[in-house]
Design a protein around this ligand. Structure first.
Ligand code: BG6
Length: 292
């Protein structure tokens, strides 16, 4: 274990959990944890507040499985499209290279990682993929994909964020009224959101399309609003597995659906990103909290 003292924050290299190593970042406002495995940010917590990200007590920490919680990165596809064997792509189970740790003058700490080259060219054309995590008063994550090949590249991405909530029955997700979505629980039928605030009384699994809106998670039990703002993301996925699916997932506690909601930002289905040779795309998410 070794540490790096920066101008403002501090980065500690931890032994991690199971087979996986981790980095702990502390700043004047907050603490975060990142696993190079999947470049998964597993925690962000402001001083004196409950954790912002949810991490399952039953998560595996092995090389061949994604971490259950935090922000796994679904890339270069979302779900399991025809012909793919791996759900949500391969990025969340690869060990990303640590490229740089820096402390900008505003007191935050940034960590830059890079997805190692993926050997199977039929599964994925040559792109350079980097991920920058900024820990400060807010949490920023940015996935930057540059097409290094000579032909067009198309991909889906989704920063699959698990948020901690006090009690799912007292949660409202706001900001998607009027937006069209694919209902994964109804054959991906296209529907329009009519609710001012989405509430949870059963399993919910939806891909909201063509929306760059800010989404807020109003959590009455923790008396907190989590604000999810984004750039370069046209899809928002909202998911809670509820009772039966929670029980069916081996790496997730039976009761944990009560303490989390996923609000995921990316570019999914018809919102997939298409890059001409040499082009780049950035999917940026900024997560902040306020007390209510
Ligand atoms: C969500 C999907 O993004 O991820 C759900 O919309 C899926 O359908 C969930 O169940 C979890 O996926 P996984 O592969 O991590 O179990």
């Amino acid at each position: 274990m070794s540490d790096a003292n920066l101008q403002h924050g501090r980065v500690t290299f931890l032994d991690g959990r199971g087979d996986l190593s981790a980095l702990e970042i502390t700043t004047p406002w907050s603490r975060a944890e990142i696993f190079p495995h999947g470049a998964t940010v597993t925690q962000f917590q402001k001083t004196g507040e409950p954790p912002v990200l949810f991490l399952s007590q039953c998560s595996r920490y092995t090389n061949d499985a994604p971490i259950r919680g935090g922000i796994p990165i679904a890339f270069p596809w979302f779900g399991k499209p025809e012909g793919k064997t791996m759900q949500h792509g391969f990025a969340r189970v690869k060990d990303w290279e640590l490229k740089e740790v820096a402390s900008p003058p505003d007191g935050s700490v940034t960590v830059r990682m890079r997805l190692p080259n993926y050997a199977d060219a039929t599964a994925w054309p040559g792109c350079n993929v980097e991920y920058v995590v900024t820990v400060g008063e807010a949490l920023g994550v940015e996935l930057i994909v540059t097409n290094k090949s000579a032909s067009e590249a198309a991909y889906e991405d989704c920063l699959h964020t698990y948020f901690t909530v006090g009690d799912i029955s007292q949660v409202a997700v706001i900001g998607l009224k009027g937006v069209e979505y694919l209902d994964a629980l109804d054959g991906r039928k296209r529907k329009t959101e009519t609710a001012e605030s989405i509430r949870f009384t059963a399993e919910l699994d939806r891909v909201y399309l063509n929306t760059a809106h800010v989404v807020e998670i109003h959590d009455a039990a923790l008396r907190r609003v989590i604000r999810v703002a984004k750039e370069g993301s046209r899809s928002t996925v909202v998911w809670n597995p509820w009772i039966a699916k929670a029980k069916a997932m081996a790496d997730y506690g039976d009761e944990e659906y009560k303490q989390m909601v996923c609000v995921e930002s990316g570019n999914v289905a018809e919102n997939q990103v298409k890059l001409r040779a040499g082009e780049s795309h950035r999917t940026v998410v900024r997560i902040s909290t306020t007390k209510i």
